[in-house]
Design a protein around this ligand. Structure first.
Ligand code: SF4
Length: 421
């Protein structure tokens, strides 16, 4: 860095739906000795305060579908109330990566596409070293913007990172961030509703040694603060950790990981939110792994009670696989938390009832997070409309919710899906 750090400041916006992304982002800024602060709520006052102290501000935020409308408001307010010569807005995350133009049209100056760990610090370093001249960054890989003629520009994508080279937490004493530890990124499946494989590609894994070191740091950080140290993970399919072949759990690696972590005085939450497990990975062999962990609930992506819909989704498993996972989990004294989606393209009312009937049957011993299909950018179904729900289906969902069989943000997702149409 050639310039004095006092000349600029990165403000990263904390939101409960997106803050996990800030851990690794903040760590990468720290590694590059780039000054940052984490801000919550009311970005205008934070930005203005920095400007009043002579800083040039780069405002960063990560997106998900659920934060889009509030992001739009924040960008609108920033653009309205703060001079563009004093603040630059840079947005990343799933939704921005999938539909950069939409985010730019909302008023963002730049979008970081895909992984931000390398792109974001490089973006800032280049900008700062070139006295905030925008043309200095326009050839950096992994970004999108509108040029001075209002034309959309997207630079070539970047190579994907090695998770072992990047820290997932920030130990900045003023802004510590310790999200669940990402075991893997990407997925070997290609479900048509899901952004993970289309944004991150095939899976990459954090090594057991690296995970162990991170857990040791979490213990050191949390021991003075908490009685129990809970270690949680991020994995699209936890039992897919270190798999060499799609669909074949790497039992040896999984048991090695869990045994290694069991040596510590911690509570291990494996296969729980924000992770999930595919049903066919729960087998007579892998079910035993749950003896090594603390959680008695396990999150499983069942997704539909209709084999035709599972096929349409490209899930690569059947209803029978879900039922087998249910039996195995229950037999081991574990409670399945199943995710189901209603309203995927081409789903008929009859198929919706198949799912709801199944949910009611499973609901005696399981819990269900019910979702409504939202077409997400960068997925094969991004331009597809959700299948509507008839009033009887909707009433049954209400009854299941009142019986506490289903939980989740169904109504909110329904609203988002219809707004997106
Ligand atoms: S839904 Fe799960 S299994 Fe399917 S592509 Fe997404 S992360 Fe992979």
């Amino acid at each position: 860095m050639q310039q004095s750090p006092s000349k600029y400041m990165i403000l990263l916006y904390w939101d409960k739906a997106t803050w996990y992304a800030l851990g690794s982002l903040a760590a990468s800024l720290q590694r590059s000795q780039i000054p940052y602060e984490i801000i919550k709520e009311d970005p205008i006052s934070h930005i203005q305060a920095k400007i009043d102290h002579g800083f040039h501000v780069i405002y960063g935020e990560s997106t998900r579908i659920t934060t889009l409308s509030s992001l739009k408001d924040r960008l609108k307010n920033i653009n309205k109330q703060i001079s563009s010569s004093k603040v630059l807005t840079v947005i990343g995350g799933f939704h921005a990566s999938g539909d950069p133009q939409k985010i730019l049209k909302m008023g963002a100056d730049y979008v970081i596409i895909g992984e931000g760990e390398v792109t974001f610090p490089e973006f800032i370093t280049t900008l700062v070293n070139n006295e905030f001249q925008h043309n200095s960054i326009t050839s950096l890989p992994g970004i999108a913007f509108f040029n001075e003629y209002g034309e959309y520009v997207q630079t070539p994508s970047r190579d994907r990172i090695n998770l072992n080279d990047h820290c997932p937490y920030s130990d900045n004493k003023d802004f510590p961030l310790h999200p669940p530890i990402e075991l893997m990124r990407g997925c070997s499946f290609r479900c048509r509703f899901c952004q993970v494989p289309y944004v991150y590609g095939n899976p990459r894994f954090r090594s057991i040694d690296t995970i162990t070191k991170i857990v040791e740091h979490y213990i050191q950080h949390f021991r003075p603060l908490k009685k129990n140290i809970d270690i949680r993970f991020i994995a699209p399919n936890s039992l897919g950790y270190m798999e060499k072949k799609r669909g074949q759990p790497n039992y040896e690696a999984l048991i090695k990981l869990l045994k290694r972590l069991s040596q510590y005085n911690i509570r291990i939450f494996f296969g729980t939110f924000p992770s999930e497990i595919r049903p066919e990975y729960i087998t007579n062999k892998t079910i035993i792994l749950f003896d090594e962990v603390t959680n008695r609930q396990v999150s499983v992506g069942f997704q539909s009670g209709s084999d035709r819909i599972l096929h349409e989704m490209r899930r690569g498993h059947s209803v029978a696989d879900g039922l087998q996972a249910y039996d195995l989990l229950i037999s081991r004294g574990l409670t399945p938390i199943f995710d189901f989606i209603l309203g995927v393209p081409s789903e008929t009312t009859e198929e919706q009832w198949q799912t709801l009937t199944l949910i009611r049957e499973l609901g005696r011993k399981a819990r269900v997070r019910l979702h409504y299909f939202i077409p997400l950018p960068s997925t094969p179904w991004e331009n597809s409309s959700p299948a509507p729900l008839d009033s009887e289906v909707y009433s049954e969902i209400g009854r299941l919710a009142r019986a506490k069989i289903v939980m989740g943000m169904f109504a909110k997702q329904l609203e988002i899906a219809y707004k997106a149409k």
